[in-house]
Each structure stands twice: as C-alpha cells, then as structure tokens.
Design a binder for this molecule. Sequence first.
Ligand code: ADP
Ligand code: ASP
Ligand code: MG
Length: 405
Amino acid sequence: MSLIVQKYGGTSVAGVNRIKNVAERIVGAKKAGNSVVAVVSALGGKTDELIRMAKEINPFPSDREMDMLMSTGEQMSSALLAMAVHSLGYDAISLTGGQVGIMTDDSHTKARIVSIDPEKVSKEIEIGRIVIVAGFQGVSSSRDITTLGRGGSDTTAVALAAVLKADACEIYTDVDGVYTADPRIVPEARKISVISYEEMLEMASLGAKVMQARSVEFAKKYDVPIHVRSSFNNEDGTFIVKEAKEMEEAVVRGVTVARNEAKVTLSKVPDIPGIAAKVFKNIAESNINIDMIIQNVSEHGTTDLTFTVVKSDLDKLLGTIENISKEIGIEGFKTDEDIAKVSVVGIGMKSHAGVAAIMFNALAETGINIEMISTSEIKISCVIREEYAEKAVRILHEKFELENK
Ligand code: ADP
Ligand code: ASP
Ligand code: MG
C-alpha cells in the first residue's frame, strides 16, 4: 500500500462545493488503495482577511498573536474537510500542526520546522483513517502556536512527506503546474513537465509563488519528489525532481517577478572598516532578511548603503535603523516600496555566457531602467520600477523564446 501526501491550496478549498470536490479526490486516492495524508490551506482569501482585521484593530499587532489568529484559517478548513470526508462515508480526522507534532523555532510568522514527531499521524494511518492536517503551522518549544510564512502549507506537506517517507507528494493548486512564467502575467507561458529542485528553488525564492521556497529546500534536502498539479482536472502537472535527465535543454527555464520587496537607503554612513558588519548584525538580530546590497563609492569619508528587504519587515526595520543610527551615526534613510525584482532562472546559464547581456538589452530596448542587479550561477535578477514589472516579464519571456520550446 502506498502512502500519499496531498496538499490543497486556498483556491482549491474556497467554498463549500470546492471542499466537497477535494474530499472526493481524497476519497478517490483512498479507494485506490492508498493511505492518504491531506494537508490543507485556509479557504482562499481567509488569511488575508484575518491580517486585514488584525491591522484594523492594531496597526502593529504582536507576531505571537498574529500566529494565534492566522493559524485558525487552516484549523477551520481542515475540520470542514474532515466533515466532508465523513459525509462520503469514510473515516477521517483533522489535526492541527501541534497535534501532528510539528515543532518549530520561535520566530513567529516565519517559523522554521525543527522536528516532526510522526507518531500520532502514523497511528491514525495504521487504523485506516484519512489524516487531514492544518497546514502552515507548528508549535514552538514554549508551546506557542507558530506559522511558517505565507504559502507555508507547501512546507507542511513536503516536510510530512519526508518524515513519513511517503511514496508521493502531490501539491494541488489552481494552475496546471509550474509554468515558464506566471500564466496570469504571460498567457503564452508553457507548462514545464520536469524541473530540478535547484531551478524550482530559485524560481520560488524569486517570486514564483506556486511553491513556497522553503518547501523546495526541504524537498531537495530529503529528496522528496513532488508533483505540482491542478485540483480541477486530472492532467499531469510538473514533476520536481533531483536531476531530470529527460529535462529539455534550456538556458533559461523561467522568468519570475517579486513585488514584495522594498529598497532601503541609509545615507552618509561612515566609510570605515566594521561599519557594514555592525549595520547588518543589527538587522539580523531583528530577524530581518536582507536580499541585495549595494554600497556606493565613498565621498568625504561617508557612503550610501542600499539594500532590499521584504515589505512586511519594514515596520520592524525602522526601529532597527534608529538603533543603528545611535550606534554609528548616519545622516538619514529613505525607503522605496515601488520596486519589483524580475529574474531569469536556468541551470543552463552555468555553461552559457551572454544571458545577462540579452536580459539587460531587452530591458533597455523597452525603456526600463535597471536600479540594482544581482547574479548567481543560475539566475540574474534586476530591480526595476514596479509599474514596469509585468511588461518586463512579458518582454523577457519573449526574448528568451520560452513559449515555443
Ligand atoms: P495555492 O493557494 O494553491 O497555494 P498559490 O496562489 O500560492 O496557490 O500559487 C499558485 C499561483 O502561483 C498561481 O495561481 C499563479 O498565478 C502563481 N504563479 C506565479 N508564478 C508561477 C509559475 N511560474 N507557474 C505557475 N504558477 C505561478
Ligand atoms: N494560508 C496561508 C497563506 O495564505 C498558508 C498557505 O496558503 O499555504 O499564506
Ligand atoms: Mg501557495
């Protein structure tokens, strides 16, 4: 008998009829002779709604209370889904992250899974029950409920598949698989049939929200093969695997855009050894991740330091900048939220020169100014004005001929 972990995203359970549809799929897998663990997201839009309500009540809600609040979304959908399975005559039990034994660190709203004790899930599976797990959540060593960052149900599913040594991990969503670009932006985007963990991890980290980046990290680390597919049809979707020999040769696999970052510039920072270390130590201690960093040429012993952070960390960052200012003395700072980061990703770049030139040229021809650049072996990212984000994605998709391969 095979063990299948299935994950259903928010759109797939947005409303009573869709929940019933998902219950039928789960029961279908059970009837076919499998043990099934289904991880479920909150009903589509629910998490956003909860965040909006919280901010109306308190513009700076505590992260701990946010986790108490946001985790209820998945608790609701998991219970409803269990009831839907019951009404089809099958035995099912819904469990929260804590009940499943998902232990995390205490970094509320973006916690990392530290360990999973699968005993309870395994027992439930043994007695033949369908296990329905509230995604996106765990519990810290101080028994506080934590959440795993937006899109975190993907990580719940992959982590459970790893620890349960599942035979398959299926991510059911509202698109047919992973595309060469977000199909909502580029209608000509093509479904990728097989993609490596490495490329998927870059695409996810750079804005392709179809999979949460951390879930792909998990899959890569524990070698969990993933099948991303639609919950509305039975077509094969995209297989995410270690290394796909049958993968088509492509220099650029996909184009992504991230609009969740902001640019921060600290002005007139003393240009002496140890200053950057102090600045970024302060920021790291506030649990804020930095992405790109640029330091300008020094003038009169001071320099400007520009970096990007996710917008949701900006409020927290402002407090940190005050501390930095006290510690090392800076003239001031600016934040700019109207930016987007467009990226091209592909393993083929390791052995092909010239991708950057094509990318920069395509943006230049379209009159799009590049404000920051960062590269790795398998990706090139440019920060541009947000208003050009979609145009840039479409142009790059076309230039790299992603639709006709
Ligand atoms: P779920 O609620 O099922 O987790 P998400 O909204 O998190 O679904 O992710 C699916 C969405 O990701 C799609 O609707 C699509 O708009 C978006 N997306 C962004 N980039 C890509 C891509 N390269 N391929 C497929 N979907 C993408
Ligand atoms: N409900 C959470 C979110 O909207 C987690 C998830 O959907 O994976 O981010
Ligand atoms: Mg998602």
